[in-house]
Design a protein around this ligand. Sequence first.
Ligand code: ADP
Length: 757
Amino acid sequence: MALRDALTGVRDDTAARERMLLTGWLAVLSRSVGEPTVSTAVIGATGGLDQVSSQVGDLTWADLAAALRRVPLDGRPHSAVDARGTLADDTADLVVRLGPGCAGLELAYDLEHVGHDAAQRVLGYLLHALRRLSETPDAAVDLGDMLSPEERRRQLVDLCGARVHNGPDGFVAAFQSRAAAVPDRPAVRHREGTLTYGELDRASRRLAHRLRGLGVRDGDTVAVVSDRHLDWVVAMLGVLRAGAVYLPVRPDFPPARVQGQLDRACCRLALVDEPGSILMSDVVGTDGWSGAVAPIADSGADPVPVDLPPPTGERPAYVYFTSGSTGQPKGAVCAHAGMINHLWAKVDDHDLGPDDVVTQTASQCFDISLWQVCAPLLVGGTCVVVDVDRQLDVAAFTALLLRHQVTTIQVVPSYLEVLLTHLETGTVRLPRLRSVSVTGEALRSDLVRRWFAVLPEVRLLNAYGATETSDDAMHEVLDGPGERDLPVVSVGRALRNMRVYVVDDRLRLMPEGARGEIVFAGVCVGHGYLNDPQRTAEVFTTDPYHPGERLYRSGDLGRWLPEGRLEFLGRRDHQVKIRGLRVEVEEVRAALAAVPGVLDAAVVAVGEGNRARLVGFHVATDEISSDDLDKQLATRLPDYMIPAHHVRLDALPLNDNGKVDLARLRRQAREATAGTAVAEPPHTAVERRLALEWSEVLGLPVERVGRDDDFFESGGTSLAAIHLLTRLGHRLSLSDMLAGPTLREIALRLEDTDVSG
Ligand code: ADP
């Protein structure tokens, strides 16, 4: 067999052949785990298991084999190399050895852990390595593309999204036809107001013409500086219908940040509502931004003009700014083709139709707000814009879901938990709810199990992707808790017309099951970062498997599960999620370092999900109060990016390589967020019970919770507060907690409700 060919020329020496096998095996391991140095276990000269480590990268085959000469091997004719090693979890228990008389390779594996297919694949890689080793011993150890043609086909074809023809219409044309078909149906609701399809169509068409009249041309960026309400939806559609690029801005963002974004986007026009016009009066100034500001609302009296030619295909549709690791936010631009592809995928997987009602809950600066508005508008459904205070009060939120007969919602996992805890009390039923999308962070399996225990009929859709890829590129559609016992559920399969690969640094496919970087290709991959060629080139490149098409490197790690679904395994950099929002820790560090008086700074994130928070470390000669630091940071960063705790240090700790010792800072941050010694422990039974719930919600040891601790200063976010309120059976409101946030005060109010209840 092939092994015989591979070993031809090696003298009939069992130990030498064992060494060849070990050389090949280490090369396979190195390629499979994407590390230059790897280790494996071998049967040593004494017959016991020995650990062998070797640097593989940069060596030639001959050098690697020579480096392994020192390894004392068994050398007996029958057993030889027992090359145990971790390829991927499902092949960890694989043993390779030379067969009797070195006539072949034997693979031994525990079927409970290793499938026949996986074992076959590994054998193929090993033969490939042995062939290279014997044919080109003086070449660098490089397995090139070691995957078999079948495995390549599986990854490049079978695991890709279905090829579906979306037709020529982008969102604008599709909306226009729908509006013509169902003009009297409700399109968008907010509070007591409603816009029918006909009204939304007319208002956004009029605005599109007004924008063209103001000089807006195809591809110009138009900012919409507005809260979320009916006019905001008109503005979003109006900008798209004018053929311009939609750039949302929140009126509560710091003016300096907004100015930076408008400049970066070369934006000359901002549409504003009232709060937006207040913000823009700070942005427009002598040395500020010099574009024009126009109100979204018009008199509504002009005759409604005809439709403009609807934009489609690769024309840019919108730009969302996300946190950037160089200290500056970056504007991810996506095209109409990707936008409509994602919208149709949402329609399919949520099974949306004319009777569906979808909530719009996301911030307007977060790209998920776009599908929450636009997907129902493709099918004659209704979008309900939900104010933040409604979302923060989970009882009010469920009441709204009931009142509007909502069928489809989207939340981040931490809010899903809040909602679920509320629904588990059994006081509310949501008979119309059919489908819930969870996104932004890993979805824990225990949450999914709890969900289906309470709402077995309501689909969960784990939506995964990035702003750079027109929002989600993958969906996991869950109609039950599933069989697999992983801590987090998979992120599923690629959406239609999307390709997802797991690759190494050189974009080579990783073996199935091995961990690598998740990259996206296909129609949804955006155009890159606006007017930012350098940062675009860092993560956008061409798809080596489909030359000429764009590919986006997500920086996420993952691996393919045997059933062809993707498991998300975290980040390879310092990007984190705080309250479901994407934050580059480096951007926060840069802002902290720029505060007057700060000489050096570092920022780390601790905790997960609900409990994730940032801790800032600064070096300063004079003391700067946390309040002052927060105020300074608020001029540059949105509130969710401001560290929950500040720690002053004499100097930043360095590790052996002379870099800032982040591991040490993380340990220190955990201690800082856990609070110091408790001044006064809880007294009453109610206080003690409350301290227990509080510690669980904030992830603190209970003995660290003191009577006079302030929930919010102890790291509690508003989402964490709702969580606590839910655990307390909603006997208090969020405003009660804001009015009296210490343990003692909350306990007193609880006692009051006990008395009055
Ligand atoms: P989106 O465009 O989906 O709103 P962002 O651009 O804000 O998302 O953030 C993208 C990053 O968020 C991903 O690269 C990944 O790290 C994380 N992420 C998004 N969805 C999920 C998910 N379902 N599971 C795990 N991580 C996720």
